[in-house]
Structure formats: C-alpha cells, structure tokens
Ligand binder design. Structure first.
Ligand code: PLP
Length: 222
C-alpha cells in the first residue's frame, strides 16, 4: 500500500494558492479513501455511479464528491443531490437532464462543462466552438437548476509536452472567452485539468483544480 497520507501532503505542498486537489479514488477500496480523509482530504473524484453511491454510504458526510466520468443519462437521477459537483457534463442532452432532474429534486447542481481537446476520439465532451456557442447564444440561460462553475478537460495522452501544453491552453482560453461574453456568470471560474502525470504543466496553464489518482493511491491495477 503506498503511503497515501504522505502523497497527499507532498502534492498539496506543491499546489499554488487557489489550486484545489481532487483525489481520484475510483477503483480503490474504502480503506484507501479513509486514509486520505484522515490526512485531511475532503474532495474525492469518482467515475462510476454504483461505486460512488457505495462509497458515499461508507464515508463521512463532509466529503465533497465530484463525479468525473461519463455519466449515462439513465443514471443521472441517482446522483442528483448527492454530489458537490458533476465535472463531466459532456453533451447538451446530459445538461438538459441534469437540469430537469435537479428541478424535480429541488436542488441546484454545480457543474463543469467538459471540453474535448485531446487527439483521442474516445474522449467525451464539447468542442471549444460548441461550448462558446452555447454561451454566446444565451441558450445556457434555459438551465436554471444548474450552476455553471467552469470547465473540465484532459490533454492528449502523449509524451509530446508541446501538445499537452497546447491542449491545456485551449481549455483555459475557452473559459476566458466564455467569461468575457457572460459577465453574469460569477461562478464560472473553475478550470479542472491536470492528472498525475501532467498536473504541474496544467497549473502553469491556469488549472484551478487538479484531479490526481495514481499519484495519491498508487496504480489501479488494470
Ligand atoms: C482516472 C481519472 C483521473 C486520474 O488519473 P491519474 O492518472 O490516476 O491521476 C483524472 N481525471 C479523470 C477524468 C479520470 O478519469
């Protein structure tokens, strides 16, 4: 078992002020999450609905759960009201459903809009152009039961530092463009990008939230 508390302390110490750490605990056992919790970690990222719900029931109430995986529309209802943030809103259809289920449940759901900038075709998300258009057209104002908190994205899975840098810049530039055209969106400030291998570079490019799994909990063994 890696020294989870030590990893959290080491990583946290390198994060500049204003950059939050989301501990990505997917596929790790509850004992690992408890060690992280005891080390002071409160924000945890999970990518599967069933696993998230099981872990919520076993962890203290003050954990702030971030959903970071592809959310199937038939599972939205199960997590509304149970997460601090859904980071992976990757389609308008999903946005619409999160909004309507939030209305039904009488809650406002904090969301990040997921951008697709990486070269891989398997990654979900809006293109920067699509996302800017959603805001420029004012269509976003239809969705009154979500709070638009910012953007989330991943860089291309490559060793090419320039490509990773360019991807991160595209993500943070997109947030800046949207902020400029939507002065009413006071809370649209979060840039969630950077994982174990690339988070220092993400921070250089403006990340305000890094999502670190392996660097804290060790390998997920798949
Ligand atoms: C798994 C995952 C992470 C964490 O990746 P590591 O390389 O283990 O740090 C971050 N973001 C998302 C969306 C993930 O699915």
């Amino acid at each position: 078992m890696p020294c989870i508390a030590e990893n959290i302390r080491r990583i946290s110490a390198t994060l500049p002020e204003g950059v939050a750490l989301c501990a990505v605990s997917k596929f790790h056992p509850i004992e690992a999450l408890k060690q992280a919790y005891e080390a002071g970690q409160r924000v945890f990222g999970e990518s599967r609905v069933q696993e998230l719900l099981a872990k919520i029931s076993q962890m203290p109430n003050d954990v702030r759960w971030h959903f970071i995986g592809h959310l199937q529309t038939n599972k939205v209802k199960q997590i509304i009201g149970r997460t601090a943030m859904i980071e992976s809103v990757d389609s308008e259809r999903l946005l619409r459903l999160i909004n309507s289920e939030s209305e039904r449940a009488g809650v406002t759901t904090n969301i990040l809009m997921q951008l697709h900038v990486a070269a891989e075709e398997t990654k979900f998300g809006f293109s920067p152009e699509e996302l800017v258009e959603l805001f420029r057209s004012r269509k976003y104002q239809e969705f009154r039961f979500v709070k638009f908190c910012g953007v989330m994205g991943m860089a291309t899975n490559t060793d090419n530092q320039e490509r990773i840098f360019a991807d991160f810049r595209t993500i943070s530039d997109t947030l800046r463009v949207i902020k400029k055209i939507t002065p009413d969106l006071d809370d649209f400030n979060t840039i969630s990008m950077g994982m174990s291998d690339d988070y220092p570079l993400a921070i250089d490019c403006g990340s305000t939230m890094v999502r670190v799994g392996t660097g804290i909990f060790g390998s997920r063994g798949y």
